[in-house]
Design a protein around this ligand. Structure first.
Ligand code: ADP
Ligand code: MG
Length: 577
């Protein structure tokens, strides 16, 4: 109870910081329960983990808002943002006072992701957050802690978790937030039947404010407008209809002059695997969730990946059906990224010339004449892009402003002109026909290729770090510290949020058990994903009660992290038909 908690805190006021340890437990604070799950050992350690819990009946939200997975994710996201904003507000008003308690529930970005920060169960709504327990030097400030735990935090919960605190405008915003996500999920689920890999709504604002901001460009943005030939419409669950450009399955090339908005369109499609909040500008940019951005990433390690469709007969004699290296080149890294994404089950590749190895993508006629095919280990992607679609059903959306080599193999060519897309397929096909022989057919082996389904089985113990005292931990969005190794995820551009990286870090431990049991990489990750479907994201956590701040990662990005672990060893490779 509140009185017990206050008494305990007053008794440790001014004593050693370790006195806080006895706080662990669960307290009944009137309408809320406060669970203190992990207490920091000193003022400089990571903040303490807590939960505040309220009965759904007392919280008073309309149950219909939360009666499906999308509704729960949307409400959870809304309450997280509300809690986070309120938690920041008093800290601002207290200025630079170093002793102002810092309460953090994570910071959702422009995406709406499934998160651990708010848990909506059958009976309760629970906020998971961290808070710094106040100190002066190494002394516990028990009285301040009492204010924090018995007033500040319950006030926050009252503001963020109780429907009665919502203004009429807030209520509308919440209902709209839920309806938007449900419609986005609905549209996404219709893409396969409509034969599309992505949809870009008319009126969308694609450019971002700056290279390091994911917020929309505020001034001078040209709204997206579909070419008539690619325009499609969707009727959505709420009754809303949206129109825009459908990117069909097959091969779509985005051409256009430099600085005319090619990469911006592609990047929006790449991020369209996640739904975006209202006002982002990309609300109606929706891409198949398994789409994979593929780029060159020289220097990465590769463990037993079949890159033979692209690279064979290396001068070193290295086996490219079972290709391993600790230091891949531009082209071999891009080939490995692609092969791994296909292994992980992608149905759409997203590739920008800006981040590709030219020799992986194309080889022109002069070079084909100068260097005979049997002296060139690389069969460029232009020769493989169609078999990949025809044999494996893997589509490609590709930006190519510097070469017309893909005109022959493209199903659609879109030209960006001053940020406006035009369907130039016919013209591109005519140009390709006039130019005659594309050259690719002359390459030995260019026609015959077999994209086999391969599943790699990691070796026993491969994911157990030598230094067990250091559990896996995210260091920002782009890095995981795993034992003594760092896993570099900077190039895995579709991980959008550091909270996803943290979830991936903890997923590695759950995967280790599965690999030791002989599961393949892809099957282990799929099994983990089913576990998360059944039990929620908490299932990834090594801690009972409070998992910390996670957002749900895509299975393909979990695979990407394992693939970049430099000590990954593969025991065997399973092949199917
Ligand atoms: P490209 O890949 O064709 O060279 P980018 O996509 O990199 O071009 O875009 C070039 C610049 O134009 C970027 O600064 C980008 O923010 C801006 N831009 C892109 N699309 C739009 C748009 N629709 N309206 C206004 N500016 C845009
Ligand atoms: Mg570009």
């Amino acid at each position: 109870t509140t009185a017990d908690l206050e008494r305990m805190l007053h008794s440790i006021d001014g004593r050693g910081y370790g006195g806080y340890k006895q706080l662990r437990g669960r307290y009944d604070l009137g309408p809320f329960d406060l669970a203190i799950d992990r207490v920091q050992t000193d003022p400089y350690a990571p903040p303490s983990l807590m939960r505040i819990i309220v009965d759904r009946a007392d919280a008073g939200f309309d149950a219909a808002l939360m009666d499906d997975a999308a509704g729960q994710t949307a409400v959870g996201d809304f309450l997280t943002r509300r809690f986070a904003a309120a938690a920041r507000a008093p800290q601002r008003s207290q200025g630079k006072d170093a002793r102002a308690p810092r309460i953090s529930i994570g910071r959702p970005g422009q995406e709406v992701l499934e998160r651990t920060s708010i848990l909506i169960s059958a009976d309760t709504i629970e906020a998971r957050f961290s808070a710094e327990l106040p100190a002066a030097g190494r002394r516990a400030l028990g009285r301040q802690a009492a204010t924090l735990l018995t007033q500040t935090i319950p006030d926050l919960a009252r503001h963020a978790l109780m429907a009665e605190s919502l203004s009429p405008a807030d209520r509308t915003a919440l209902a709209d937030h839920v309806a938007l996500l449900r419609d986005q999920v609905d549209l996404c689920s219709q893409l396969p039947d409509r034969g599309l890999v992505a949809f870009v709504g008319d009126g969308a604002i694609l450019p971002r404010r700056s290279g390091d901001s994911d917020a929309p460009l505020e001034q001078g943005a040209v709204p997206f407008a579909s070419p008539a030939s690619l325009e499609v419409g969707f009727e959505l669950r709420s009754g809303r209809t949206v129109r825009g450009m459908g990117v069909p399955v097959g091969i779509t090339v985005i051409a256009g002059g430099g600085y005319h908005g090619k990469s911006t369109l592609l990047r929006a499609i790449e991020r369209g695997v996640y739904p975006h909040i209202a006002g982002d500008g990309r609300e109606w940019v929706i891409t198949r969730p398994d789409a994979a951005a593929i780029r060159a990433e020289d220097g990465r390690s590769v463990a037993d990946v079949d890159i033979a469709p692209f690279i064979s007969d290396l001068p070193s004699g290295a086996d490219t059906v079972h290709f391993s290296t600790s230091n891949a080149s531009g082209s071999t890294s891009q080939a490995a990224n692609l092969a791994e994404a296909v292994e992980a089950g992608t149905t759409a590749l997203i590739i920008d010339e800006d981040t590709s190895a030219t020799n992986f993508m194309i080889r022109d006629e002069r070079m084909r004449r100068l260097i005979p095919a049997d002296r060139e280990p690389i069969t460029p992607f232009v020769d493989r892009i169609r078999p990949l679609y025809e044999q494996r059903g893997v589509s490609t959306v590709l930006v190519a402003g510097g070469s017309g080599a893909f005109f022959d193999v493209a199903d659609h060519v879109i030209a960006m002109d001053a940020y406006v897309p035009h369907d130039v397929t016919d013209k591109a096909k005519r140009i390709a026909a006039e130019a005659g022989d594309p050259g690719g057919e002359t390459d030995a082996g260019a026609g015959a290729v077999d994209f086999a389904v391969r599943r790699r089985v990691p070796a026993d113990g491969t994911l157990r770090p030598a230094d067990k005292r250091k559990p896996a931990k995210a260091a920002g969005r782009g890095e995981i510290r795993f034992g003594r190794e760092d896993i570099d995820l900077a190039a895995v551009s579709q991980i959008a949020d550091a909270a996803q990286t943290q979830a991936i870090a903890h997923a590695l431990d759950r995967l280790a058990e599965r690999f030791d049991g002989g599961l393949s990489l892809v099957d282990g990750v799929a099994e983990l994903d089913r576990l998360v479907d059944a039990e929620g994201l908490d299932a990834l956590s090594p801690h009972a009660g409070n998992p910390g701040t996670y957002a749900r990662p895509r299975t393909i990005d979990i695979c990407a992290a394992v693939n970049r672990y430099r000590l990954l060893r593969i025991a065997k490779v399973l092949e199917e038909g």
